[in-house]
Design a binder for this molecule. Structure first.
Ligand SMILES: [Zn+2]
Length: 250
């Protein structure tokens, strides 16, 4: 059976850690049907990749293209670098949820996009639906931001949430997870995430508090940086926290 596309003679890196090897790749119905010697098999399109590397799409695990992907759904800036998946919503910052009392605060950063006039989502699910309706040129894994959840609940109040506010925050996170969020992110050096607990308490403690918004089976990305790290030095706290990302069970 002929292939739709054959990529010929490239140095193929299969993504499993194996060294490269020269091979052809036959693609049929949008899927890799063969890796090896395709020979002169018929194909509608043939790409000569000799002297070039051929690899699976790269995953960019830390982007802030939450809004950019709406403005440029084809995501050519990613695709042309070989990136086929973005993790968005990092650093505690996602474009949803947005609550009516704090809508103006939440959308101020979008205003320089003319398209923002048509953006009126509130829940995380509505944001994802909006993105899906526009179409997306790459795969997206969205994190719901702890800072955005806080903003939707209590604006930029410089204090920890009350018990009732924390309940509302949990409900926002739960809605996002059910709607398709991949996990939750925190950015505890950035406002408003940095106000999550008394500043006299250790950062680790604050992060534990933020984590409790997630269920144990929900992944969490933590963005915890010390000032030294921001300035180019290292932060033992940052690396320790970074490694504590939760993984889904099963
Ligand atoms: Zn970031």
């Amino acid at each position: 059976m002929p292939f739709d596309v054959v990529i010929r003679g490239g140095r193929v890196l299969d993504g499993a850690g194996s060294p490269w090897r020269i091979a052809d790749i036959g693609i049929r119905n949008g899927r890799i049907a063969k890796v090896g010697r395709v020979g002169r098999a018929k194909s509608a399109n043939s790409v000569d990749a000799s002297g070039k590397y051929v690899a699976p799409g790269f995953i960019d695990i830390h982007t802030h293209s939450d809004i950019g992907i709406l403005v440029e759904p084809t995501a050519e800036c990613a695709v042309r670098q070989g990136v086929t998946m973005h993790v968005i919503g990092n650093c505690g910052d996602s474009p949803a949820p947005i609550s009516d009392p704090y809508r103006e605060l939440a959308v101020r950063r979008f205003e320089y996009y003319v398209q923002a006039r048509d953006w009126n989502w509130s829940t995380y699910g509505e944001y994802l639906d909006f993105m899906a309706a526009q179409g997306v040129g790459i795969n997206i894994a969205g994190l719901v931001g702890h800072g955005s959840v806080r903003l939707a609940t209590m604006g930029f109040e410089e204090r920890p949430p009350t018990r009732d506010e924390r309940r509302q925050m949990k409900a926002h996170v739960d809605e996002a997870m059910r709607a398709g969020a991949f996990g939750m992110s925190t950015g505890l050096v950035y406002p408003p995430g940095c106000f999550d607990d008394c500043r006299s308490r250790p950062r680790m403690h604050r992060n534990r508090r933020a984590r409790r918004l997630c269920r144990p089976d929900q992944p969490q990305q933590s963005e915890v940086r010390g000032h030294r790290e921001r300035e180019g030095g290292s932060s033992p706290l940052g690396s320790r926290e970074g490694s504590r990302r939760r993984r889904p069970r099963g």
